[in-house]
Design a protein around this ligand. Structure first.
Ligand SMILES: Nc1ncnc2c1ncn2[C@@H]1O[C@H](COP(=O)(O)OP(=O)(O)OP(=O)(O)O)[C@@H](O)[C@H]1O
Ligand SMILES: [Mg+2]
Length: 245
């Protein structure tokens, strides 16, 4: 098991944003994490990646207990994540932003640049390498967010709505990119509201609601689960389909 998150709880004051959620991920998988707004998906990612220390529960990655490890320790062990709101150094070039990720494993500037160049080409950002990051539009920013994470050479990549805000054509290109990432041998957990993405990329979907996992299984099966439909808006299948597609 690559990742084992068990009974994770994250409290903000008296509010439990994550309320006993568990997730296991096997090497090579792409797991989809879905659920309505405010279900606790990003907070759960923050716990898994070390950006938040859970109130209780355990996170094990590659057999190590990382429940209280720092984000950098997670990254060194091989876990990377994209943020729902991209963290871009606006005044630096696209290539320099990717080098920030590459410096995790390569102290020397030239080596970091070589890694960054390979990742930029892989992500289809090579022609934008010298552009100012702040000049990128949404598709470029989303790709840059993924590229920066890939430059840390992860085994597990957590993508938090890395495809949100893209046009349908851009979504299809981004789906191809995620597939290529998996073919590189990287295991992926993807949070995404666009159902086409979940259906075409994942064989296992996990549904969050009010900080808990309320269903999991093949994505086509979980979207028909009555509990999932109820969570997504008072039992109307049509509205569920609209909201998650
Ligand atoms: N730092 C915080 N302090 C207090 N409450 C928080 C904090 N971060 C998140 N929350 C709350 O926790 C709940 C879960 O938020 P979270 O961002 O994890 O949901 P989400 O499933 O990622 O939603 P979305 O699909 O909209 O991104 C929300 O009610 C949110 O307001
Ligand atoms: Mg979120």
């Amino acid at each position: 098991m690559l990742l084992e998150a068990t009974a994770v709880v994250m409290e903000f004051g008296s509010f439990r944003a994550v309320n006993g959620a568990s997730l296991t991920v096997t090497e090579g998988d792409i797991v989809g994490l879905i659920g309505p707004n405010g279900a606790g998906k990003s907070t759960f990612f923050n716990c898994v990646a070390g950006d938040l220390t859970p109130t209780s529960g355990t996170i094990r990655f590659k057999g190590h207990d990382v429940t209280r490890a720092t984000p950098e320790q997670h990254a060194r062990l091989g876990m990377a994540r994209s943020f729902q709101v991209p963290v871009t150094f606006e005044d630096m070039s696209v290539a320099e932003n990717v080098m920030v990720g590459a410096f995790l494993r390569h102290g020397h500037r030239n080596a970091a640049r070589r890694v960054a160049d390979e990742i930029l080409a892989f992500c289809g950002l090579d022609t934008l390498a010298n552009a100012r990051a702040g000049s990128l539009g949404t598709p470029g920013r989303k790709r840059l967010e993924i590229a920066r994470a890939l430059a840390t050479e992860p085994q597990l990549l957590l993508l938090d709505e890395a495809l949100a805000g893209l046009t349908p054509a851009e979504v299809r290109l981004a789906i191809d990119l995620v597939r290529k990432i998996q073919q590189r041998g990287i295991t992926i957990v993807i949070v995404e509201h666009i159902m086409e993405v979940i259906l075409s990329l994942t064989e296992h979907a996990v549904v969050f609601h009010q900080g808990k996992v309320i269903a999991e299984g093949p994505p086509r099966q979980v979207v028909d689960d009555p509990g999932v439909i109820a969570a997504y808006l008072g039992g109307s299948m049509k509205r569920v389909r609209t909201q998650i597609s």
